[in-house]
Design a protein around this ligand. Sequence first.
Ligand code: PXP
Length: 250
Amino acid sequence: MVKLGVNIDHVATVREARKERNPDPVAAAILAELAGAHGITCHLREDLRHIQERDVRLLRQTVTTHLNLEMAPTAAMVQFALELQPDMVTLVPERRQELTTEGGLDVAGHERELQQIVQNLRAQRIQVSLFIDPEARQVKSAQKTGAELVELHTGNFARAYHYESGDQSWLAERSRLVDAATLGHRVGLRVNAGHGLDYQNVALVSNIPHMEELNIGHSIISRAIMVGLDKAVREMLEQIRLGESELPRK
Ligand code: PXP
């Protein structure tokens, strides 16, 4: 089945609102794994607004499935990852003022630098994924860097699905994801996706050909506040499976 990577950043967001010890994203990761998550994702941002170094170090010791560290492609972060040895690094762009990651990495514009970073990480047997917009030129450049995976940015699709539901623009956004996934697979990349996915729209992405893993955070943690994390993760897994078994309708 298409795998679920649970992004636990927003557990840390709540903790950092008070700079206290709770809720602990490390405990959340354990609960998410017990509920069936295939992996845990966290984003160590330069501004440390949610996940802290302490969290990632403890996650490295406690995660038993697959630890995916999202980070900016900076020398300091690469050094940290080489020391920490997550199972996978997803390189993402970072802007200080953004509410969340806005847009994918411009791989086409920074092919050389990224090639070097990918090489350094892969030499330590860390899988590397590049978070990109679903555009052919970004997919082709990602392949040239030597990365094994791409994570397709589903933000535009998710936004179109919810806010422009009067028109059919989400169909065009989904087609862009299908095209990028197909091209990625053709050039030998493994394909993940994420950003803005929720209980309503996820099935339309889990049934895209070649999709391997979806990284989902905000919707799961939001729901967990209401129904508990175990239930929230299990319900997301159900929705992912639904997409694989039938073509969902809006
Ligand atoms: N994938 C990447 C690369 C991200 O940066 C994020 C947000 O941190 C996510 C997935 C998860 O997005 P969301 O919280 O909207 O599910």
